[in-house]
Design a protein around this ligand. Structure first.
Ligand code: GSH
Length: 210
């Protein structure tokens, strides 16, 4: 299998961390692709052109983070799987919340990558408030003992916060959220986290957004 990613993508990072956590590095080749590039190696496999994209041995290409995680989980024993199911509603709710926060942060970041005169102050304000509101809730959940298990919710949270730390510094998520900060700092020693740290800066391989 081939997992296409971009080093700065927080969504792809979730799946790259999953490959390492699940011990699948000998079965999944992790390959870099350029984004918003008509010559990208990704486009023949995925016309959407987004990462993560997982190309299976039968030629199917699985896109979007959660379906990719479903396939990766299917390769390991049930007790090792990362995606929570409906039998674990708290973990499933946590995963959804983090993905929702990340979606909002991605919209916010996209605005900041536009030329200043093309930015929407309204969208930026809305997403800044949304991100702060979710981060406050997540900080309370962590303080109450949440996110204590290695699962997709924790990987998504570490990836979202790591994205802000390295590529979306407009969001000072640490301020007033000590539980989140402690969780994030403690996670940095895990090989899956340490080996997938995104490059600093907003640009990456993608051209500016218009
Ligand atoms: N909802 C998607 C989001 C994936 C996504 O937005 N990936 C970005 C990188 S962080 C991308 O590939 N962007 C390229 C583009 O928009 O053309 C998922 O869950 O995987």
């Amino acid at each position: 299998m081939r997992l296409f990613h971009a080093p700065g993508s927080p969504y792809a990072r979730i799946t790259r961390m999953a490959v390492i956590e699940l011990g699948l590095e000998d079965r999944v080749a992790v390959e870099e692709a350029t984004l918003r590039d008509p010559a990208s190696v990704l486009l023949p496999f995925n016309p959407v052109g987004r990462v993560p994209s997982l190309v299976l041995d039968d030629g199917s290409t699985i896109t979007e983070t959660t379906p990719v995680l479903m396939v990766l989980d299917s390769l390991v024993a049930p007790e090792r799987r990362l995606l929570p199911g409906p039998d674990a509603p708290r973990a499933l709710a946590a995963y959804g919340r983090v993905l929702g926060m990340l979606d909002g942060i991605a919209v916010w970041n996209r605005e900041l990558r536009r030329p200043v005169h093309e930015r929407s102050p309204g969208v930026i304000a809305l997403e800044a408030v949304r991100a702060a509101r979710v981060a406050d809730a997540l900080d309370a959940e962590v303080a109450a003992g949440g996110f204590a298990t290695m699962d997709a919710a924790l990987l998504a949270l570490i990836s979202a916060l790591g994205y802000c730390a390295r590529r979306h510094t407009a969001f000072d998520w640490r301020e007033g959220r000590p539980a989140l900060a402690a969780l994030f700092d403690a996670a940095q020693a895990r090989p899956s986290v340490a080996r997938t740290v995104p490059p600093a800066g907003m640009g990456g391989t993608a051209p500016p957004v218009r």
